[in-house]
Design a protein around this ligand. Structure first.
Ligand code: SF4
Length: 201
């Protein structure tokens, strides 16, 4: 039994909508807290932390392991605000794959099977994330964001999967540019937030 509590906004069982694991059933745990301030953030309610959100980590684990999927995705907010060592070591001991979605602005903790790294140019990430990222996911809102994508690509490890993701509110406007970009720069793939098209959580 561990006494750690984490601020949870929501937990839900759904399909991953983004990146390499798009379409895979996963249990999501969304933690509160982020000071990066992306103006297009689709998770703004996660910026603030409320005391009533504090949840026993053991209870999170108990709910997570009950699902048929063996993937748990820790998201936010920026989940590395917290020490995730206990959460991940117990999940892994129960043969659960630990995935995280991070912008890399905070110190890493825990043991991870998949790190989805989405760095923001206005909040430069810690360099360790370039080495450890399993996938690099760059949100593209305007054409100048391709420069940031290439800068990040030049720093990530060689086995890191590369994704360009249209920013949701600019989707129709920016999509043609992303398609043309990937046709010319074939190491990239597109990630389209499929859960939003499916209208699932
Ligand atoms: Fe939102 Fe993520 Fe940006 Fe934080 S880092 S503001 S949670 S998009």
């Amino acid at each position: 039994m561990n006494k750690q509590k984490l601020p949870v906004i929501e937990e839900f069982y759904s399909l991953q909508g983004e990146g390499f694991y798009m379409g895979s059933a996963s249990y999501f745990v969304r933690l509160a807290g982020c000071d990066v301030g992306c103006h297009w953030c689709d998770s703004k309610p996660s910026w603030q932390i409320f005391v009533e959100q504090l949840t026993d980590v053991d209870d999170i684990i108990e709910r997570a392991i009950k699902n048929p999927s063996k993937i748990v995705v820790i998201t936010g907010g920026e989940p590395f605000i917290y020490d995730l060592s206990y959460l991940t070591s117990v999940l892994r001991s129960k043969k659960i794959l630990t995935h995280i979605e991070t912008c890399g602005s905070e110190k890493i903790s825990g043991e991870w099977d998949w790190i989805s790294f989405s760095p923001k140019k206005w909040s430069p990430p810690l360099s360790v994330f370039y080495n450890l990222a399993n996938e690099l996911k760059i949100v593209i809102q305007k054409e100048s964001d391709f420069l940031w994508a290439e800068e990040c690509k030049s720093k990530v490890n060689k086995s890191c999967k590369l994704f360009l993701q249209p920013e949701w509110t600019s989707f129709n406007k920016i999509l043609p540019a992303i398609v043309e970009y990937i046709k010319k720069n074939t190491e990239w793939r597109i990630s389209i937030q499929a859960h939003k098209f499916m209208k699932i959580q």
